[in-house]
Design a protein around this ligand. Structure first.
Ligand code: GLY
Length: 390
């Protein structure tokens, strides 16, 4: 972090880590620490000249954290307009986007104000999209309350909604002015949600940081009970994402690396229909293990790395195989159909994120669809529902 960048942050709370996303004039800090909601006023002040913040949150998060954020903002004389949307992936649609935009307009939210997203990835994506569209763009602050949102979706400016045609197909790039990741909010997550977010933490080690993966092997299983380690893991994850986003904001190249495990994972999510059978981070965990197994099959990486990855994911209770999902088995051709819908297919070739080993992910543009289908046939047939060590 440069000295100039530190100056841009007017208030630096103690006991917090700060990671900048260096996008020139649009650079912004990710502040990671404890008790940050209570200090929100000081952190938001510079971004809210009209001293008003529309806080978009959902029905699950509102009773847990809304009043802490509002109290924190009031300490700096900032008024709040709370807008509560239903929780769940189905809120990311045209109907709720329209309702939210109309609520923001009816409350007179304009360019001197801030739209803040308090919640997980759904709230962040929906509120960010609304902030990017409202009056052609108003200031936006992310206050992520899930581990998944703190290490991934709140950083990088991707916003959007789902349509009948697929996930995140309508949206805008709209970078936040600030990301405020208060780890105290993670205490209310279920173990399952926390684990699912942890899959995205592991992803950063697997993409380009073998030393971080090793650290996670040693300490990742106990993150929940150790605030310093948790702040470290979130900071390293955000630093990795910040570097990739700064180099390729609009995903014309390296940003695609962040999709490691997501092509296989999205196909599984689409198959199970977002009904809670398989949540995003779990799908990513299986998808990452599959990306390693597929890379091994193609001779790109060695078996030791495949085993280290699957062993670590399994050791924290994450699924690594289709057979670990508590639901009926999908068919390979159905999964491939989802993959083809998700991706541009050129002359029968697909783009996947593959790997030469832990910390050595790469973008492969020429993956043969038939080979993937044969691989998926085996994946759909393999394993039992007992044990998660393979
Ligand atoms: N979650 C992937 C990205 O932000 O590019």
């Amino acid at each position: 972090m440069s000295a100039k960048a530190v100056e841009r942050l007017e208030t630096r709370p103690s006991d917090a880590a700060i990671q900048w996303v260096d996008l020139g004039e649009r650079a912004y800090p990710i502040v990671i620490g404890r008790g940050l909601l209570a200090q929100a006023g000081a952190l938001f002040e510079a971004h809210a000249p009209a001293k008003r913040v529309a806080v978009v949150t959902d029905a699950n998060v509102a009773p847990l954290h809304l009043s802490s954020l509002e109290t924190g903002l009031k300490r700096a004389g900032i008024r709040t307009v709370p807008i509560i949307v239903p929780s769940g992936e189905s809120t990311k649609d045209f109907h709720h986007l329209q309702t939210l935009l109309e609520a923001l307009l009816e409350n007179g939210i304009e360019r001197g104000d801030v739209v803040a997203a308090l919640g997980g990835g759904v709230v962040g994506d929906l509120a960010g999209c609304a902030a990017g569209l409202l009056r052609r763009g108003v200031r936006f602050v992310q206050v992520p309350t899930s581990l998944l949102a703190q290490v991934d979706s709140s950083v990088g400016g991707k916003t959007g909604i789902n349509t009948r045609q697929g996930k995140n197909l309508v949206g805008v790039f709209h970078q936040p002015a600030l990301v405020l990741a208060d780890i105290d909010t993670l205490e209310t997550l279920s173990d399952r949600e926390f684990r699912a977010g942890y899959a995205e933490v592991v992803k950063y080690g697997l993409i380009n940081n073998a030393a971080f993966f090793k650290w996670l092997e040693e300490r990742g299983g106990a993150l929940r009970g150790n605030a310093d380690d948790l702040i470290h893991a979130i900071t390293v994850s955000c630093a990795s994402k910040a570097d990739i986003v700064a180099a390729d904001e609009r995903e014309s190249g390296a940003r695609a690396l962040l999709n490691l495990g997501h092509t296989f994972g999205h196909a599984l999510e689409a198959h199970y229909g977002f009904d809670g059978t398989l949540i995003h981070g779990e799908a990513v965990s299986i998808g990452m293990a599959q990306a390693f197994r597929y890379s091994r099959l193609q001779g790109f990486c060695n078996q030791d790395d495949v085993e280290r990855v699957t062993h670590h994911l399994a050791s924290v209770g994450l699924p690594t195989r289709i057979s670990h999902i508590n639901g009926e088995r999908p068919a390979a051709d159905g999964l491939l159909r989802h993959i083809r819908q998700d991706k541009k297919v050129r002359d029968g070739a697909l783009t996947f994120i593959l790997t030469r080993g832990i910390g050595e992910a790469f973008i492969a543009h020429d993956v043969d669809a038939e080979t993937v289908e044969r691989f998926l046939e085996k994946e759909c047939d393999t394993g039992t529902t007992h044990g998660r060590t393979d």
